[in-house]
Ligand binder design. Structure first.
Ligand SMILES: *Cc1c(COP(=O)(O)O)cnc(C)c1O
Length: 847
């Protein structure tokens, strides 16, 4: 409950208009949680300014608003309180309320294991006290404290807070609001390294809080964590140490027994031994949680024997080492809530101990997040350990695929390691290649933004989910690239497009996925893995570098290079099993000789120039070429192909080309030459008719959901997969006649509200001769004004209310009901959609 007059008093607020409601049932910091009788707080921070949501919050029924400037909407029946700074007001109010109620605060912090520790503490202390331990999303950080205080009542004796050190300064602010009587520090891992730089900086952050516990209080430290142990010097309060198997600690658990239904331990504490106790939670952190609960409860006067009994009631929490029954009665350990590398290694150790001989251990890893500079190393460590523990290792996501590579490097067999990029494809891999049984033990882990809980849901449904054709993407966690323009690629859409193409061409025709130019800017590895899992059997690239990148990513499918490969690359091509294109006799001889010198056999596809006038052997020379090829010992002719120049606009010419191609193929076949793949059709030819499929098609464009041409549209179920985004940096009003950008080429007509967005020609956002006409903000079109700079662009947002710093801008793709297609931009720039997507420079981050 929140009382209006407490707010006025502690937060130093002033009424705006007539006060109405005096009591609010809760605090709401986001529009999406606004509900009747609550107090809406308008905040201004790096996520934007929520003053613009006041009107909508009132419409959703809130009866109070705390804000920094007066609302412009109708506020009848709503109490509006004005303060200088709403964040500061919440801090003052929460601190004031805790003092007024005299509530004892117990805080749990550290990189992981906080939730189970809070749960253990709550059960232990509830034996004697009235405990309030609300679950509040860690995303709120220190603002979680006012949220917790909002549901606190005077009769509560103590409040248990869970604080996540997610950025420097966080805990110092928390300390200003609520000084703990007892503090538990669980561990310090490689968590939020993007914010802190290294774990020592996290230790410094926690040190402030340790020092802030007053002399009469208690600090509980994990003795087994080097950095946590060293925090003891900072404490003014009494320190209690907890440990597994370390005799120096005040509370020591030993004789650990890991089981399905809980974890057993003996305890040595306060000079006594307690034999044969257990907690229903699993894994190492379960023990630390129990020890923390024992020490805090003891500090508050509850005997150890009593707490040991209550600990058995601790509940498991979803997403944290929770065993579940999955498809075909396999066992799924759901540890999907969040993960640090250390925690993941602990979970793998646990798995190694618990597994039985007949069990197959499957480890599924999503991206670990916020690792900053430690990203490579953190994922690699996990991959190396996975290679030792798991029988089958599947990674889901771009970062996690680093772990797959590390597992391969560590000697894990490639048939037991897979990288996927979506839930759908992970399930598909499990279903198609590995029949799950009751002897399978699956551990699912990943950082919070990997949302691996979605995979767990799919795994525990009684029947594996059907192929999800309209897989719409889930809401994504915020992406925080250091370069504030980025590409988002929806792998579900690529998967869906690939399946649609495969369905069109049928089982008798193979699909070669064209992934040259980093998969037309979509990300080569991600696209290739997705295409292979959804029906493609061959990949095509433009050069050896692209081919080797795919091999480096653990892709073992056949790859064709559709371009000239210099002889110095042939040894690598043979070693890595890469197929190259033969286009004339000289080229064939050179390849044959080089392969012979290397002592290997090179796979080739012969390209026929049936009329495009680009690469390939002319029909008139083809017979001679094949005659020689038959005698070249070091070349294996696996395919013959041609390329259409005008499949998107000239059916007659395509027919002629196909005819010329057939005239070469037919006699070869008649002569008994066995050629495995014969291919001609690109995306336009694949969708224009079904006459030129031969036994393979090569599609690029259609996989990405881009239109071959106005005369060859794609069926509507194929959709674009790429969105290019940036954010608003600055918003301001310019007076009439004010120039914008280099060369003053634009002058404001009247007063104009402009937004500077973080993209320019250095990102591939073209400057001249023509550029984008508009971008999308708040789902509406905002015209680009003035010249494009190297890394900035200005747009006019006069007609879009409430645009603020940090708002997302879409340059290509959909936002709300508006969409900017690659075709629209192509028409504007005077080029084709292929060039539009390829032109986004590779250094723009992708997710
Ligand atoms: C790029 C390319 C393709 C793919 O063309 P799409 O129109 O994108 O399907 C096929 N074949 C060759 C030789 C190519 O260079």
């Amino acid at each position: 409950m929140i009382n209006l007059y407490d707010l006025i008093e502690y937060a130093r607020g002033q009424f705006f208009g007539e006060p109405a409601a005096q009591i609010f049932t809760g605090l709401c910091l986001e529009l999406k949680t606004a509900a009747p009788n609550q107090l809406f707080v308008a905040l201004r921070n790096e996520n934007g300014d929520t003053h613009r949501h006041i009107e909508a919050a009132i419409r959703q029924g809130v009866s109070g608003v705390l804000c920094m400037h007066p609302p412009t909407c109708d506020i009848t029946g709503v109490s509006v309180i004005l303060v200088r700074d709403t964040t500061e007001a919440l801090i003052l109010w929460a601190r004031g309320m805790l003092e007024k109620y005299g509530t004892t605060v117990i805080t749990v912090t550290g990189s992981s294991g906080k939730t189970s520790t809070v749960s253990g503490l709550k059960h232990a202390l509830s034996a004697r006290y009235k405990v309030h331990a609300p679950t509040i999303s860690q995303a709120y950080t220190y603002l979680g404290i006012p949220l917790a205080v909002a549901s606190l009542r005077p009769e509560h004796d103590c409040l248990i807070l869970r604080l996540n050190p997610s950025r420097p300064g966080e805990l110092s602010t928390a300390l200003r609001i609520a000084r703990p009587r007892a503090l538990v520090v669980t561990n310090i891992h490689h968590a939020y390294i993007d914010q802190f730089g290294d774990p020592d900086a996290i230790a410094d952050e926690i040190r402030v809080m340790v020092a802030g516990v007053a002399p009469g209080g208690l600090v509980v430290l994990n003795q087994d964590d080097e950095r946590v142990r060293q925090l003891a010097d900072a404490a003014q309060a009494q320190v209690a140490t907890v440990s597994i198997d370390n005799f120096g600690a005040d509370y020591m658990a030993y004789n650990i027994v890991n089981g399905w239904s809980g974890t057993g331990f003996d305890l040595r504490a306060q000079g006594e031994k307690f034999i044969g106790h257990w907690t229903p939670l699993l894994g190492r952190s379960a023990i630390y949680s129990a020890l923390a609960a024992l020490s805090v409860a003891h500090f508050f006067g509850i005997p150890l024997s009593e707490t040991l009994r209550h600990i058995t009631d601790t509940e498991m929490t979803n997403g944290r080492m929770k065993p579940l029954i999955g498809t075909n009665d396999c066992i799924v350990i759901d540890d999907s809530y969040s993960a640090t590398p250390e925690e993941t290694l602990d979970a793998l150790d646990w798995l190694a101990q618990i597994r039985e001989d007949n069990q197959r251990v499957i480890f599924i890893l999503g991206d670990l997040s916020h690792l900053g500079d430690y990203n490579q190393q953190g994922h690699r460590q996990v991959g190396q350990r996975a290679a030792q523990v798991a029988d089958l290792f599947i990674t889901q996501g771009i970062q996690a695929s680093i772990a797959a590579r590390a597992a391969l490097d560590a000697g894990m067999e490639s048939r037991n390691v897979h990288s996927t990029f979506s839930v759908h494809d992970t399930i598909q891999t499990l279903r198609e290649r590995y029949q799950l049984t009751e002897d399978d033990l699956i551990l699912v882990k990943g950082g919070k933004s990997a949302q691996m809980s979605r995979l767990v849901e799919a795994l525990i449904r009684p029947i594996p989910p059907p192929v999800d054709d309209d897989a719409s993407s889930p809401p994504q966690a915020p992406f925080q690239p250091l370069r504030p323009t980025w590409i988002e690629v929806d792998t579900n859409i690529i998967a869906h497009n690939v399946r649609a193409i495969k369905q069109r061409i049928g089982d008798q025709v193979a699909l070669m996925a064209v992934v040259k130019a980093d998969a037309y800017g979509h990300g080569a590895i991600l696209t290739s893995q997705t295409a292979l899992l959804n029906g493609a059997e061959y990949l095509a690239v433009a050069n050896l570098q692209e081919a080797l990148e795919l091999r480096g990513g653990g892709i073992s499918a056949p790859i064709l290079i559709m371009n000239y490969v210099p002889t110095y690359g042939i040894a690598q091509a043979i070693q890595q099993g890469i197929t190259v294109t033969v286009f004339d006799l000289d080229n064939a001889r050179l390849l044959d000789r080089t392969a012979g010198e290397f002592g290997g056999r090179l796979k080739v596809h012969v390209e026929i120039d049936s009329g495009m006038g680009r690469m390939g052997v002319l029909p008139s020379d083809a017979v001679n070429l094949f005659r020689h090829l038959l005698n070249m010992q070091n070349l294996e002719v696996e395919g013959v192909y041609t390329h259409f120049s005008s499949a998107d606009e000239d059916e007659g010419y395509t027919e002629q080309q196909a005819q010329a191609f057939n005239d070469i193929i037919r006699p070869l076949r008649a002569a008994g030459l066995r050629i495995r793949y014969i291919h001609a059709a690109n995306s336009p030819a694949t969708f224009a008719s079904d006459r030129h499929y031969f036994n393979m098609v090569r599609t690029g464009l259609a996989m990405y959901g881009l239109q071959p041409s106005p005369s060859v549209p794609l069926p509507p179920e194929l959709r674009p997969a790429l969105t290019w985004k940036t954010v608003v940096a600055q918003v301001k009003k310019l007076p009439p006649g004010h120039p914008v950008g280099y060369g003053n080429t634009y002058r404001t007509q009247g007063e104009e509200t402009t937004a500077v967005i973080c993209v320019g020609y250095a990102d591939g956002f073209r400057r001249a001769p023509k550029t984008w006409r508009e971008v999308l903000i708040h789902g509406r079109r905002a015209p680009v004004i003035g010249r494009i700079s190297m890394e900035k662009t200005v747009v006019n947002v006069s007609h879009i209310p409430g645009v603020a710093t940090g708002d997302e801008v879409v340059l290509l793709g959909r936002q709300g009901d508006e969409v900017i297609t690659a075709e629209e931009i192509a028409a504007q720039l005077g080029t084709i959609n292929y060039e539009v997507v390829c032109a986004v420079l590779p250094r723009v981050p992708r997710r």
